[in-house]
Design a protein around this ligand. Structure first.
Ligand code: ATP
Length: 264
């Protein structure tokens, strides 16, 4: 919807109920559901500015950005950080100004900035002279503090080490959440959700055994385990069983384990 293609409407179906775990974050968001209303304003509530969701990939950060828009009944806009930097001098900054203007004109709205860590590092081949990234960060931070319209920013990041420290200071985002690997009970819930989505009765599966076997797995890896098991069952035209999924989990090495080994 923006001329530069930097910002787009993001149609989606995902609801909070489709997300396993992350109850603290859900509670925090549920409490602010009507924070953009006239009634909240009269009550003395300033519209919330945004949240920063940090964490390893596949744990549901993107899912949460979509869930927030759905839960708050607001349109979701996605800012494409990949097309932020232009090779033409001055265009990067004008792109960002245009994106901000557009988001404000559509407010109240949720603006999802995916991989925000990439927004403040200029890629080679762009017009960036080093100063461009710094100016972009300055523009973004002052906008976060002085928005003219209620645009709730959901910024997601995988790589914390690339984030400028200014972004993490108090007063930029309302809250920073670490979206961690799911605990055992959360894993059981994620298995239940994804089995249900594929029209299986979760009661026919041993969710506890699955959750225990999937220690260290992200939500995305759990989903992948179910999908692979479905293929095996389908190729033999068999009914999908707990054992099929356990078999797939056994043959999968979760990313968190590989990362842990690298650190050790
Ligand atoms: P990335 O940084 O790679 O984009 P992410 O943290 O944003 O990762 P998602 O893209 O939200 O992760 O997750 C990918 C998919 O994995 C989701 O679409 C969903 O199907 C599944 N998934 C991940 N976490 C959960 C969860 N907590 N509950 C249910 N499904 C999940």
């Amino acid at each position: 919807i923006s001329q530069s293609g930097l910002i787009e409407f993001f149609p989606h179906q995902e609801k909070f109920d489709d997300i396993g775990g992350q109850n603290n974050l859900k509670d925090w968001l549920n409490l602010r559901k009507d924070a953009f209303s006239e009634e909240a304003k009269r009550f003395g509530i300033d519209p919330p500015r945004g949240v920063l969701l940090l964490g390893i990939q596949g744990c549901g950060k993107s899912l949460m950005a979509k869930g927030i828009a759905q839960a708050w009944e607001l349109p979701l806009l996605r800012l494409d950080t990949g097309s932020l930097y232009s090779k033409f001098i001055g265009e990067t900054e004008s792109n960002v100004r245009e994106a901000i203007r557009l988001a404000e004109s559509l407010a109240p709205v949720v603006l999802w900035i995916d991989e925000i860590e990439k927004a403040f590092t200029a890629p080679s081949g762009s017009d960036a002279d080093g100063g461009v990234s710094a100016r972009l960060l300055g523009t973004f931070l002052s906008w976060m503090q002085e928005k003219k319209a209620p645009v709730f920013v959901v910024a997601t990041a995988n790589n914390i080490s690339l984030l400028p420290p200014e972004l993490l200071r108090k007063g930029r985002f309302d809250e920073i959440f670490f979206v961690d690997l799911p605990e055992t009970q959360e894993r059981a819930e994620i298995f239940r959700l994804h089995l249900q989505r594929r029209k299986r009765d979760p009661a026919a599966f041993n969710l506890q055994a699955l959750a225990t076997a999937a220690e260290g797995f992200s939500g995305a890896e759990i989903e992948q385990g179910i999908v692979s098991a479905l293929y095996s069952a389908f190729s033999g035209r068999r009914k999908l069983t707990t054992d099929d999924i356990l078999q797939e989990l056994k043959g999968t090495r979760p990313l968190s384990l590989t990362m842990k080994e690298k650190i050790d």
